[in-house]
Design a protein around this ligand. Structure first.
Ligand code: TRP
Length: 329
């Protein structure tokens, strides 16, 4: 059995792209492999959230994952800052992480460009903390997007370096993982590209019906087909793709036919799509709200997660400390 681990940024809410790209796969995977999912709240400190924002976003992210079907009894779902073994391993790893390689990391260079007034050491050592997150549970598979591949490469480097330096095969090399299948790519509503958090083109699982209808009604389209069977431009193809995921097959067929014979009315298509999305997201949204407001349940989930994560993390840390040469007097 593989150990799969995924870190979740505590900023930002889940959108349909996250849902179909990753979450549905996590929900399946938790029954097949040993899965760790955690909220990376230490990482979020690099951008200096306010105390209220920090707590609220951690809480929301947890509620969203639970609402989507992550089972805290089966998987290990925890908050990074509840596991003190992680920052300890991070400290140990920093001793073998070199300034030059950290400075050359693309994510660091990007962040330094984006927040020139706050180029803190946490940004620089971000990949070291991420490596600690991963290797503390000896994870072998890490589902990450393209933007995180270099960080994962660094994690492999730090793991191998540790093994080599102390002549012990402590850490397996964590590999990127794409669920072994073609991932569903959900397009955004702005006519081009995929749905993303920062692009402002997304439908969030927690959006209410009114918001969803408004977003879809203002999605980008074109002037409409004037000749039979004319090619489909990207904005329209994107709406068809959304429909393919969200609507019944004959609904999609109906609008595709309407496009082919030039009788399509984009307003009707959008209305139908909006209703299908609302139908799909409403139960999830209701679950998110219910879970988020259930103090006792949230407390129980977080406590159980911390216990399970610390059990595994403390085992690794004990081994690491011994190998390095820490000894009790
Ligand atoms: N850096 C990741 C992101 O921005 C979040 C993350 C932190 C992570 N620690 C991790 C992802 C460990 C995978 C494994 O999305």
């Amino acid at each position: 059995m593989d150990t799969v681990l995924s870190g979740i940024r505590s900023t930002g809410r889940l959108h349909l792209g996250n849902y179909f790209g990753a979450i549905t796969n996590f929900v399946e995977l938790q029954h097949q492999e040993k899965c760790y999912f955690f909220v990376a709240d230490y990482h979020s400190l690099t951008t200096h959230p306010t105390p209220e924002n920090l707590h609220t976003s951690v809480r929301t992210v947890l509620a969203e994952y639970l609402a989507c079907g992550i089972d805290p009894e089966i998987a290990t779902l925890y908050v990074q800052s509840d596991v003190p073994e992680i920052p300890e391993l991070y400290l140990l790893l920093t001793m073998n992480a070199y300034l030059g390689e950290l400075e050359r990391t693309t994510t660091f260079k990007d962040k330094a460009r984006k927040q020139p007034d706050n180029v803190n050491a946490g940004l620089l050592t971000y990949p070291v903390l991420m490596a600690a997150d991963i290797i503390i549970h000896k994870a072998t598979k890490v589902p990450v997007g393209k933007d995180q591949e270099q960080n994962l490469e660094m994690a492999r480097k730090f793991a191998k370096r540790f093994n080599f330096m102390y002549k012990h095969e402590v850490f397996p090399e964590p590999q990127a993982f794409n669920f072994g299948k073609e991932l569903v790519k959900i397009p955004g509503l702005d006519g081009t590209g995929k749905m993303g958090k920062s692009e402002g083109n997304g439908i969030f699982l927690a959006d209410d019906a009114k918001t969803i209808r408004k977003k879809i009604m203002t999605a980008v389209t074109d002037a409409g087909p004037t000749e039979k069977n004319s090619p489909v431009a990207e904005p329209i193809q994107n709406l068809f793709t959304l429909m393919e995921v969200m609507s019944k097959p004959d609904t999609l067929l109906f609008f595709k036919d309407a496009y082919a014979n030039c009788s399509i009315r984009y307003g009707d298509l959008k209305k139908q799509l909006a209703e299908d999305v609302v139908l799909f997201t409403t139960p999830i949204r209701e679950r998110i709200l219910q879970i988020e407001n259930d103090e006792a349940y949230m407390r129980k989930v977080v406590k159980l997660g911390a216990e399970k994560a610390r059990e595994s993390a403390s085992k690794t840390l004990k081994e690491v400390r011994e190998i390095i040469g820490f000894k009790a007097f």
